[in-house]
Design a protein around this ligand. Structure first.
Ligand SMILES: [Mg+2]
Length: 220
C-alpha cells in the first residue's frame, strides 16, 4: 500500500500509549532486565533514556546500546542468546490497545482518501517485535517510525521529513498522539493535532479534524 494521489489528508499516528502500552514505563521490562544482569533498575532506566536517540534513529541497534549499558554497569557480556531472550521478553511485555486497532481499520473503510502513517519514536528491533506479534504495520500506508526516518519527534525536522516522504504539506496532516509536548510542537508547524488521553481513541475529535482538513483542501 502507498500514499495515493487521491489522498487529501494524512493521519500520523503515535504508537506508545495509543496502539500499545509504553513498554519501558508501563511494564516489568526494565525490572526483568535489571534482575537478569544484576544491575540497578533505576541506573538501567536512566542510561536507556539518555541514549534513546541513538536507537530510535536507528543509528545503533538497541541491543548494542543495552550491551554497552550492562557492561558499563558491571554486568556480564550480552550473548546472542541474550538478544533472542530480549526480543521474547519485550514481546511478552507489549500489550495492544484493541479499540485503537479497530478504529484505524474503520478509518480505512470510512475515509478511503485518508492516508494512515505510523509516526512513532521506536527502535527498529522493537517495532519489528511488535509487528510480528500484533501486525500493526498492516494498518498503515506508510511506516514513518523514527527508525525509518532517522529523526525523532518532536524535532520539527522529523515532521518536515515525514511530509516530504508522503508528498503532502503539513497543513494536510493530523497528528494523533498522547504526548502534549509532541502535539504542541506539531501544532506550531501548522499540523492539526488530536490528543489521546488514558488510551481512549478520540473518534469524535478525529472525525472533526478530518472533515476540517478535507473542507480546506476542497476549497483550494
Ligand atoms: Mg506516545
Amino acid at each position: 500500500m502507498s500514499v495515493t494521489s487521491r489522498s487529501t489528508v494524512a493521519l500520523l499516528v503515535d504508537a506508545g500509549g495509543v496502539l500499545f502500552n509504553n513498554v519501558t514505563e508501563e511494564s516489568r521490562f526494565i525490572e526483568i532486565l535489571a534482575a537478569r544482569w544484576k544491575i540497578g533498575q533505576q541506573d538501567l532506566l536512566v542510561a536507556l533514556d539518555s541514549l534513546d536517540a541513538a536507537y530510535e534513529t536507528d543509528s545503533e541497534d538497541v541491543i548494542d546500546v543495552l550491551r554497552k549499558i550492562v557492561c558499563a554497569a558491571g554486568g556480564r557480556s550480552l550473548t546472542d542468546g541474550d538478544a533472542r531472550w530480549l526480543e521474547e521478553t519485550y514481546g511478552e511485555q507489549v500489550t495492544s490497545i484493541a479499540p485503537a486497532f479497530e478504529a484505524l481499520a474503520a478509518i480505512r473503510v470510512d475515509h478511503p482518501t485518508v492516508s494512515l502513517v505510523l509516526a512513532n519514536n521506536e527502535a527498529r528491533r522493537w517495532d519489528m517485535v511488535k509487528n510480528a506479534r500484533f501486525g500493526h504495520f498492516a494498518l498503515f500506508d506508510r511506516i514513518a517510525s523514527s527508525w525509518a526516518v532517522g529523526l525523532v519527534k518532536p524535532e520539527p525536522e522529523y515532521f518536515k521529513a515525514v511530509g516530504r516522504m508522503i508528498g503532502m504539506p503539513l497543513s494536510s496532516t493530523i497528528l494523533v498522539d498522547d504526548n502534549p509536548d509532541v502535539l504542541a510542537e506539531a501544532g506550531a508547524l501548522g499540523m492539526r493535532t488530536v490528543r489521546v488521553i488514558d488510551r481512549v481513541w478520540p473518534k469524535h475529535e478525529l472525525d472533526e479534524a478530518i472533515a476540517t482538513v478535507q473542507n480546506i483542501e476542497s476549497t483550494r
